[in-house]
Write a protein that binds this ligand. Structure first.
Ligand code: ADP
Length: 262
């Protein structure tokens, strides 16, 4: 039997189809957020990968910022619970999760049963988020996906003094015009994100092991800089951006099981 979890984020939609509650059968990521065709597209893409239709799915659970906007859903659940659930499936020894998405940062503490113990979130500001990195990549005329690799060749990291995205944008433009190496600038951008995120994570305390989820965890430059700021090893997983969708699919399975046994 199959259950589906969809994470409708601010920037991207993610989908997981789970087989028998314990095996990832299909994954899909569409770089469009809530209020777009992203939810429908990611839903269709995941079904197509297994040549399934809606009627083959026993239950669909939706999470994320846009979770109340998808009509096919059987239920919705908060991102925090779904992230805790998803991470404990992928990385059962993680106790602190740092999730950096398109527009927010969350630091979560989870127990050994994958249940959320507490969390902190950023205020409504793009600093330190995927949006900040996307804006900087735009100025540098590179893709966000390339930033991690570019920073590997940094020699003399450039310090970015403005945290605010708008001011940092002007600062990066002015540094670019003063012939700073792009690699050093990108390393400085990652440092700025890491410092911002670390200040939030410290508020919630760090219990090892520490794992990162969300799309920004795919940027190894940010992961490295954040590990240095927190003075701890940070674990990631190739499915880090799909953690919320995975958690939703796992909850969908639990709910289906309860209805079946009731
Ligand atoms: P949300 O759930 O808020 O929509 P995600 O967790 O999907 O956000 O993360 C989206 C962000 O992840 C993007 O803004 C982008 O900065 C970053 N991102 C996505 N894919 C990659 C990648 N391959 N490499 C580096 N960063 C990425």
């Amino acid at each position: 039997m199959f259950t589906m979890g969809i994470d409708i984020g601010s920037t991207a939609c993610k989908c997981i189809i789970l087989q028998d509650g314990n095996q990832i059968a299909a994954r899909a990521i569409v770089p469009l957020g809530t209020g777009t065709n992203g939810p429908q597209n990611v839903f269709a893409e995941a079904l197509a990968k297994l040549s399934l239709s809606r009627s083959d799915l026993s239950r669909i659970l939706v999470t994320g910022y846009g979770r109340f906007t998808f009509d096919e859903a059987d239920n919705q659940k908060s991102e925090l619970s779904c992230h805790a659930k998803g991470i404990s499936f992928l990385m059962p020894t993680a106790r602190t999760i740092i999730d950096i998405g398109g527009q927010d940062i969350k630091a979560l503490r989870v127990n050994a049963r994958g249940m959320l113990e507490n969390f902190v979130m950023n205020d409504k500001c793009a600093a330190g988020t995927g949006k900040f990195l996307d804006v900087m990549a735009g100025i540098l005329n590179v893709k966000t996906e390339q930033l991690g690799e570019i920073a590997e060749n940094a020699k003399d990291e450039v310090s970015i003094s403005n945290t605010c995205t708008v001011f940092a944008e002007s600062e990066v433009i002015s540094k670019l015009s003063s012939n700073v190496r792009i690699e050093d600038l990108v390393a400085g951008i990652h440092r700025s994100v890491a410092k911002r995120v670390a200040s939030l994570v410290f508020r919630n305390g760090i219990v090892p092991e520490v794992a990162m989820s969300g799309g920004v965890a795919l940027n190894r430059g940010v992961v490295r800089a954040l590990g240095q700021e927190l003075k701890t090893e940070i674990k990631t997983h190739p499915d880090c951006q799909l953690v919320g969708a995975l958690g939703a699919a796992l909850f969908a399975y639990e709910e289906w099981n309860k209805t079946r046994l009731a």
